[in-house]
Design a protein around this ligand. Structure first.
Ligand code: UDP
Length: 328
């Protein structure tokens, strides 16, 4: 049986990837240090004899027993609130962590895919964003720790490809949503649904004219799978080009949850990108991939997931306790 290593396995995307690779017949080693991940996301996999969980921080030296066919590096804090709370860990996981995993890929002769992000484009001046656009990033702004770590990740991944002949793939992920997102990580979709479920007003940052394009998790996982198996070695955007303003998105969530919550407008965070939409021409032509789940369907499934959480979960203001990690 071929073996794959998935980092960030207890996170939102990682847990869905573990399921997919188990379904495809691989033995999966799921690695996570649980700083933002949650074991509940993979609890249903623990009894699967082809799944092993490894509690490890990939910013420290990584090794695993046996051969590896693929490595999927999906460990990283991924919300603006997390970057503010754990900036050093955010920098380390995509720099030192990526370095460690590229070394492991070289040692095991494994193909590696790293999770990059639309944040490499920063607050983009080109719209929609094609892969050739170099971006508009403030290295010392609040998002700098994430954006620059991901940009470094792409650079070191290309260097391992060019200088060590490691088989690498780079996916630039745009806003993605679905079951197992953290309810209180501050990202807009869980924030709005959580507020609606608690009977609170929805907080739109700024005037709500900034845009995002939301991709349902199953579509993203399919894109990741196809890119990993393809021969394409430059960064590729995967996301849903269906763009919406955050103001309109708040209205959609109010309708979805069938509540009559008000919308309140607060300050726009510093360096909050004004617009974001993936150009997926490459994914369409090279992977024959495009999103299949429209926002209405995807939101319905996601809402059912959030509704199924306990009220303890719903009213918890902090999902993760970072105190053990802050000094590392
Ligand atoms: N946002 C908002 N209210 C919230 C949380 C986020 O209006 O309670 C906005 C945020 O300013 C941004 C967009 O929603 O413009 C998406 O934010 P998110 O944190 O989900 O991800 P980003 O795409 O900015 O990394």
């Amino acid at each position: 049986m071929e073996q794959v290593l998935i980092t960030g396995a207890a996170g939102f995307l990682g847990s869905h990837l573990c399921e997919r690779f188990l379904d495809e017949g691989y033995r999966v080693i799921g690695m996570d240090n649980l700083i933002t991940g949650n074991l509940t996301n993979i609890e249903h996999l623990m009894l699967n004899e082809n799944f092993v969980f490894s509690n490890h921080d990939v910013s420290d030296f990584v090794n695993v027993p046996g051969k590896l066919k693929y490595i999927l590096h999906f460990a990283s804090p991924a919300s603006p609130i997390d970057y503010l709370k754990i900036p050093i860990q955010t920098l380390k996981v995509s720099s030192l962590g990526t370095h460690n995993l590229l070394g492991l890929a070289k040692d095991k002769n494994a193909r590696i895919i790293v999770a990059s992000t639309s944040e490499v484009y920063g607050d983009p001046t080109v719209h929609p964003q094609p892969e050739e656009y170099w971006g508009n990033v403030n290295p010392v702004g609040p998002r700098g720790v994430y954006d620059e770590a991901k940009r470094f990740q792409e650079a070191i991944t290309m260097a391992y490809q060019n200088f060590h002949d490691v088989e690498t793939r780079i996916i630039r992920i745009f806003n993605t949503y679905g079951p197992r997102m953290r309810l209180n990580d501050g990202r807009v979709l869980p924030a709005f649904i959580g507020q609606a479920l608690r009977g609170e007003s929805l907080t739109v940052f700024g005037d709500g004219s900034q845009t995002r394009s939301f991709c349902y998790v199953d579509d993203l996982v399919e894109g990741i799978y196809r890119l990993l198996l393809s021969d394409y070695t430059l960064p590729m955007n995967i996301g849903n080009p269906d763009e919406i303003t955050i103001g309109d998105f708040a209205e959609e969530i109010i309708k979805l949850t069938d509540t009559d919550q008000k919308v309140i407008y607060t300050d726009l965070p510093v360096n909050d990108p004004k617009q974001r939409q993936p150009d997926i021409t490459k994914a369409r032509s090279i992977l024959d991939w495009e999103p299949k789940v429209n926002r209405a369907e995807g939101l319905k499934i996601t809402y059912e997931y959030f509704k199924s959480l306990s009220s303890d979960e719903l009213y918890k203001t902090e999902h993760n306790d970072f105190t053990d990690y802050i000094k590392k």
